[in-house]
Design a protein around this ligand. Structure first.
Ligand SMILES: [Zn+2]
Length: 353
């Protein structure tokens, strides 16, 4: 694998492989078929990423300062990327709601990072934001491939259009921010932190867009994505990890909320989408204890740790928690922020060092 400038090629899908594995075993071929094809397609894309050189920020053309530079492409149900350009920056909305949602979601993500944290796009240097919609047929996923976003339409049976939840768009683009900053290794606890940071900023993008306080937010990831036949609300819950869905075909949400239920597994890159429930819940606890807009204080502390340069690629939960306590003190002094952050980690059973 070749990398330049310290960037590890990332291939993150919003629907983890263990969920699709479960679906692929469904008796109904209308359910199993799309899941199997999605798994095969994801494996191909993942291999492609390993063979592709990811260039550093210096090689990327810069957008105008403080303005997004978005381009939406349509794969027309094929798999060639990026596909046909259908909307550029500043173009009027078209008839395709999927294109319009992708464009708006990229804009919402850009805006949170700029307005709340002064970050110019995901690389901090005005990186143009590209997205491809209508990828493949019945494709049950969305992913960030290290360079762009890709969205499937879903099979309509289990999953709907992946551009529907803005937090899913934010989640995937936040992987880009992590890739350009702490670059957390995508395995085990550092991988679960990588996943959790994407859920945290995905949720914050949704809350920022809706103008919600921590108390008003649903703290769900992927609400609106599951088809009506599925018994569930979303892919994950930061408020109550393990309760997002419990379905005869999809299985049960496997996320733990605390270290007592930490899952040791080899699947899902050592449980990156499973144990992320623990740091997710810590963020929820800190944000709701503080109240108000979660991106302003809790989000600022998490952002400071992600981008501050001290977070190691191999960081464990305790390392991350310790850095959030330090960041809370540095940013807000010995006040309620420090207290809320410390208590949140204590409640999920992660000891700060
Ligand atoms: Zn992810």
């Amino acid at each position: 694998m070749t990398t330049h400038g310290g960037f590890e090629p990332v291939f993150c899908t919003i629907v983890p492989p263990h969920v699709l594995d479960q679906l692929a075993q469904a008796e109904d071929p209308a359910l199993a078929g799309p899941a199997r094809r999605t798994l095969e397609r994801d494996a191909l894309e993942r291999t492609h990423r390993r063979l592709t050189t990811v260039l550093g920020a210096a090689a990327v053309p810069s957008a105008a300062d403080g303005k997004p530079q978005r381009t939406i492409y349509d794969a027309r149900h094929g798999t060639d990327l990026p596909g046909h350009k259908v909307r550029g920056e500043g173009d009027e909305p078209g008839k395709d709601a999927t294109v319009n949602r992708a464009y708006a979601g990229l804009g919402a993500t850009f805006e949170l990072f700029l307005k709340a944290y002064g970050r110019d796009s995901i690389d901090g240097g005005g990186l143009p934001l590209d997205a491809t919609v209508h990828y493949d047929r019945d494709y049950n996923n969305a992913f960030w491939n290290g360079e762009q976003m890709v969205f499937g339409d879903g099979d309509g049976e289990i999953f709907l259009d992946f551009t529907i939840p803005v937090d899913v768009i934010g989640h995937e683009l936040a992987h880009g921010v992590t890739q350009y900053t702490a670059n957390l290794t995508y395995f085990g606890q550092p991988g679960a932190l990588n996943e959790s940071l994407s859920d945290v900023f995905g949720a914050l993008i949704k809350q920022y867009t809706l103008g919600q306080t921590a108390a008003e937010a649903d703290w769900l990831i992927g609400a609106g994505l599951l088809a009506p036949r599925v018994t569930g609300q979303a892919l994950r819950s930061m408020k109550a990890p393990g309760t997002a869905y419990d379905d005869d075909v999809l299985g049960k949400d496997p996320q733990p909320a605390t270290m007592d239920d930490f899952v040791r597994t080899g699947r899902d890159n050592g449980g990156v989408h499973i144990n992320s429930g623990i740091p997710n819940h810590a963020f929820y606890l800190a944000a709701t204890a503080l109240g108000g807009h979660a991106w302003e204080r809790a989000g600022q502390v998490w952002y400071d740790v992600l981008t501050g340069g001290e977070l190691k690629q191999q960081a464990m939960f305790a390392d991350f928690a310790t850095l959030t306590v330090k960041a809370a003190r540095e940013r807000f002094g010995d006040g309620e922020e420090l207290d809320a952050v410390s208590k949140a980690w204590e409640q999920v059973g992660v000891r700060t060092l």
